[in-house]
Design a protein around this ligand. Structure first.
Ligand SMILES: [Zn+2]
Length: 450
């Protein structure tokens, strides 16, 4: 943890969400400073405000990293992503079920080789940091060593990550199947090893209802009771063919979500990916239980799954917590700026406007709330973990030109979420340590330990 300790500060223009712009006027939910100071000690933000007011809070000799002409924002939160699918991102021509058989399962089978899992985990963590993402909720494969590989890499960068071993005991290639008992036992061992170790958090991870028997879903429910603070992730109502299949496999259940509810999987630390084809009753169940939904626009467009009804989900009469997911490899970019670019278009196609404040909320504070990590992540504010993304609004010649015509912070944020991607990330801080700096000579990545 040495890289996170000691007092240091980041200085520059800054923006952070402080409230929910789907329930309050957007302008009231965003705090900005043209010249801010973020004071950090032991990996935690101790003070945040105008430089002129806070400059005396930093002792002489403490490091101050100055980013004039940049924008400090909270590190991005990716609520749904598969690290083993990096090798088949951008695979041509299939919808969900065919895509799983043709591309996903063969890719995941290659993770039987622990060396391969370690190499991909190494690349994946670096690609997240290059995109300014400091927390992700991650599917590994059915192989326990894929989870070890991922968390070991996260531990090197001291990033706060949430991940788990995929549970599948039917309807997938034999090489990727466990059993209800074996999946339970392997998950218990991984929970013992990783949950709460440093910044790592464990997530019980049945892939989705069609690849788990009822016995396995019940075992997942039992796993959630073994320790405090465990998470649950799975897929829900992504594609019409999938929804019909679930209806055939579980004829006794009232809905797809009810399959999970029956197994005890729907609660405040549950995150359901996609939720494109939802009924009003499903949204009510999510609202009442505090479960979160991961909006994955690049994936839903790429796989032709459908349009997520974001503004229905967050309806203030029964708001559901929503985070933003890249869903790589169904998604086409690990950059949450690119997710927002597509989220804006999905909203437009459903008759709504997603403004920039709402967009950045989904990618930061909204994601933290959806994961039950409000107060820990997602804001530049005292007491929060110092996970920070330094954006460069002039990253490309076109962005630099366009930025010159932005008359407000909202316009600048909207330009970033429309034109930006990993090129717009100058540096990324995890628990106060600069783990990625595009301008660092040689290797731009700096693990806290290796
Ligand atoms: Zn997914």
């Amino acid at each position: 943890m040495s890289a996170g300790s000691g007092m240091r500060a980041l200085r520059g223009p800054a923006a952070t969400l402080v409230d929910n712009p789907f329930e309050q006027p957007s302008r009231a939910c965003l705090v900005t400073h043209e010249d801010a100071l973020v004071v950090i000690e032991d990996g935690i933000i101790r003070a945040f405000g105008p430089y002129a007011e806070l400059k005396d809070a930093v002792p002489a000799g403490a490091e101050v990293h100055h980013y004039p002409d940049h924008l400090l924002v909270p590190g991005f939160i990716d609520a749904h992503v598969h690290f083993p699918q990096l090798q088949m991102i951008g695979a041509y021509g299939a919808q969900l079920l065919e895509w799983l058989d043709t591309y996903t399962f063969p890719a995941e089978m290659s993770f039987a080789d622990a060396g391969h899992a370690a190499r991909v985990a190494r690349l994946f963590l670096r690609e997240l940091l290059r995109a300014g993402t400091t927390t992700a909720m991650v599917y590994c494969t059915v192989h326990p060593h894929s989870v070890d590989a991922f968390f070991a890499e996260s531990e090197r960068f001291n990033t706060r990550m949430i991940a788990g071993k995929v549970l599948m005991d039917r309807n997938a290639p034999a090489a990727l199947l466990d059993t209800a008992q074996r999946g339970y036992d392997e998950s218990v061992a991984l929970i013992e090893r990783w949950h709460g170790r440093g910044r790592q958090l464990y997530c019980v991870t049945p892939r989705f209802a069609p690849t788990s028997t009822e016995a396995q879903l019940d075992a997942a429910g039992a796993l959630l009771k073994t320790r405090d603070g465990l998470f649950l992730q799975t897929h829900l109502c992504e594609n019409p063919g999938e929804v019909a299949w679930v209806r055939e496999l579980f004829p006794a259940r009232a809905s797809y979500l009810d399959v999970y509810a029956h197994a005890g999987l729907v609660g405040p630390r549950s995150m359901f990916g996609h939720a494109v084809h939802m009924h009003e009753g499903d949204f009510c169940t999510c609202h009442q239980s505090g479960a979160g939904l991961a909006h994955c626009p690049t994936s839903n467009l790429f796989l032709g799954s459908g349009l997520f009804r974001l503004f229905d989900a967050v309806d203030p009469r029964r708001p559901v917590r929503v985070g933003l997911g890249t869903d790589v490899g169904g998604g086409t970019s690990l950059s949450q700026l690119q997710s927002l670019n597509e989220a804006y278009k999905v909203a437009a196609l459903t008759g709504h406007k997603l403004d920039a404040v709402q967009g950045f909320y989904l990618a930061t504070l909204g994601g933290a709330r959806a994961l039950g990590l409000e107060g820990t992540l997602g804001r530049l504010a005292p007491g929060h973990e110092a996970d920070i993304c330094v954006l460069d609004p002039q990253a490309t010649p076109l962005m630099a030109f366009r930025a010159g015509y932005c008359a407000s912070i909202e316009e600048l944020l909207f330009m970033l979420m429309t034109l930006g991607d990993d090129r717009a990330v100058r540096a990324t801080y995890a628990a106060g340590a600069c783990v990625y700096d595009r301008a660092r000579p040689g290797d731009p990545f700096l693990p806290a330990s290796s």
